[in-house]
Design a protein around this ligand. Structure first.
Ligand SMILES: [Zn+2]
Ligand SMILES: [Zn+2]
Ligand SMILES: [Zn+2]
Length: 138
């Protein structure tokens, strides 16, 4: 797992730092979306808010993680698949939020359906969030 993390960083031409390694590791372990506060809670003893914030911004720019908007206007982050690269995200999948545990998952195999827009409208992004009960809570 360690070398995979270093691989991702190298591919993105990022130097391997403690914060980048730890935060990436956390994403891989969790396998679900994380809020800034979750990351802070789990790595807070090692890094301060600003470091975490900067690391997340770098990952976003490099196509390592993508952001997921939520109903309460907070932002969640989740790992991208390999298709994403610097400045080019292809995270056109549906997200699932569990009503019980509040976990948000990426449904990589469910693509957001194309929406037919009226003439003159231009789509910039689309977010589909399905809510319900996850596997663990079911
Ligand atoms: Zn992405
Ligand atoms: Zn759940
Ligand atoms: Zn996602």
């Amino acid at each position: 797992m360690k070398s995979e993390i270093e691989d991702i960083l190298k591919r993105s031409q990022l130097s391997v730092t403690d914060s980048r390694k730890k935060i990436l590791e956390l994403f891989q372990k969790t396998n679900a979306a994380l809020a800034h506060a979750d990351i802070e809670k789990k790595t807070g003893e090692h890094f301060d808010r600003v470091t975490i914030y900067r690391t997340l911004q770098t990952f976003l720019e490099k196509g390592i993680i993508h952001s997921i908007p939520t109903a309460d206007n907070s932002v969640l982050y989740a790992l991208c698949k390999d298709e994403c690269a610097e400045g080019h995200h292809h995270d056109d999948h549906v997200h699932f939020i569990c009503d019980e545990c509040g976990t948000t998952y990426c449904l990589e195999n469910s693509t957001i359906p194309e929406v037919k827009l009226p003439k003159g409208f231009i789509q910039k992004r689309a977010d589909v969030v399905v809510s319900g009960i996850c596997e663990k809570c079911n």
